[in-house]
Design a binder for this molecule. Structure first.
Ligand code: AMP
Ligand code: ZN
Length: 384
């Protein structure tokens, strides 16, 4: 994908349009350039970016289809697929950017958190690359990269509140600087995307004609549109916990018990598509959304009470795969409207894992001169 196409995809009027004009081309050659590499979970991503945040070239290989068929991520399979694809993905991103290895100013790579076997492939590749081409290395924290991606698209000043909801994480944090995050809450068990993926698997949504090739979360969102959430009432998690943590495992248990009950009532085996899948999807989505919204509301009230957010344009940034859910976005909009915050959700393409967000985090660090290593002997990945 060439730079001007990537810019057009960023799309909405909310975001800065960046067009690769002659002027931008000259700028590209004079500005510092970063190669970003991501392999923390099930996406192999790479991108080349200039210092202004212009995407010069990118490439992404998703393993989602493979993992969908096996009913979840098998780490050794993820590792093999990263190994098979990383060379090609980095080469594609470099070729599309028109940048040579010698023109790069640094290589930025996710080193934490993630699946050990997946992180290892990206890190090994990157360390060989920086050794061969004599480049500085910037280790990247995957969650920090998600949190800061929005700043690539428009100016958002620190501090701001961040909600990250994905297949592997849910957390609320106050972003105070590129390497300064105050953690306000996180999941005590599983992440909301994981919960929805597991519910979708339990409902065998892969057999549903509308859902065979999409993630569990997406399937739930699509089916929920034609469902009545009031047909199933799930108790919201952590009602008596006055903090900003999340918990989704108990909710999943409630959903599983309702599914079992329905199977018995309808006299069907586990694995059969139930007639009420739309209603279960709608009720599950609503329960997940309202739990996320309540914890976010509490985090906003906490930040306000402690005067942690600026009085001018206080902002909530939402990212991660689950943030592409329109129902969840709508509920969060109600929360931010009633508390006077500005809600920013990057386009879906930038909410999910990719090399661009890693390159951008590398650019932010390069600009501030933070975490740039010229020696990599001590560098290791950290799954947790
Ligand atoms: P990530 O972990 O950021 O790569 O995002 C993947 C996770 O997001 C998976 O668990 C998906 O089920 C979930 N997801 C993707 N799209 C949606 C959606 N529209 N609604 C809810 N969850 C989603
Ligand atoms: Zn992620």
């Amino acid at each position: 994908m060439f730079a001007f196409k990537a810019s057009a995809q960023q799309g909405t009027h909310m975001f800065r349009a960046k067009i690769l004009s002659k002027c931008a081309f000259r700028r590209k050659m004079s500005s510092r350039l970063v190669l970003g590499i991501e392999t923390s979970c099930d996406e192999t991503g790479a991108a080349v970016m200039d210092e202004t945040g212009l995407i010069l070239g990118e490439s992404l290989h998703s393993q989602k289809e493979v993992h969908l068929k096996t009913g979840g991520i098998i780490p050794t399979v993820a590792q093999r697929l990263h190994r098979e694809n990383i060379g090609r993905i980095v080469q594609e991103a470099m070729e599309r950017s028109g940048v040579t290895q010698s023109q790069l100013s640094a290589v930025a790579t996710t080193v934490k958190p993630g699946l050990a076997l997946s992180l290892g492939i990206g890190l090994d590749f990157s360390l060989n690359f920086v050794k061969l081409h004599q480049k500085p290395f910037i280790p990247i924290h995957h969650m920090e990269a998600h949190a800061l991606t929005v700043r690539m698209l428009q100016p958002v000043v620190f501090p701001f509140l961040v909600l990250l909801v994905s297949g592997g994480h849910s957390l609320l944090a106050l972003a105070r600087g590129i390497d300064d995050f105050l953690l306000l809450g996180q999941t005590l068990d599983e992440a909301p995307g994981d919960t929805m993926d597991k519910v979708a698997r339990r409902l065998s949504l892969i057999k549903h004609p509308k859902c065979s090739m999409i993630s569990g979360g997406q399937a739930i969102e699509i089916l929920a549109r034609d469902g009545n959430r009031l047909k199933f009432l799930f108790k919201p998690p952590m009602g008596a916990h006055y903090d900003c943590n999340f918990s989704f495992a108990g909710l999943r248990n409630q959903v599983t018990m309702s599914i079992q009950k329905k199977e018995e009532e309808e006299g069907v085996e586990q694995g059969t598509l139930l007639s009420c899948v739309n209603d279960i999807a709608a009720a599950t989505q609503h329960a997940v959304a309202s739990h996320i919204a309540k914890r976010t509301h509490r985090a906003i009230l906490f930040c306000k009470a402690k005067d942690l957010l600026p009085s001018c344009n206080p902002t909530l940034v939402v990212s991660g795969g689950v943030a592409s859910n329109q129902y969840i976005r709508k509920i969060l909009k109600i929360v931010t409207d009633t508390t006077g915050l500005h809600l920013l959700c990057p386009p879906s393409k930038f909410c999910t894992d990719n090399g661009v967000m890693i390159a951008w985090n590398g650019v932010e660090r390069l600009r501030e001169g933070k975490g740039i290593l010229s020696h990599t002997e001590e560098v290791n990945y950290e799954p947790k």
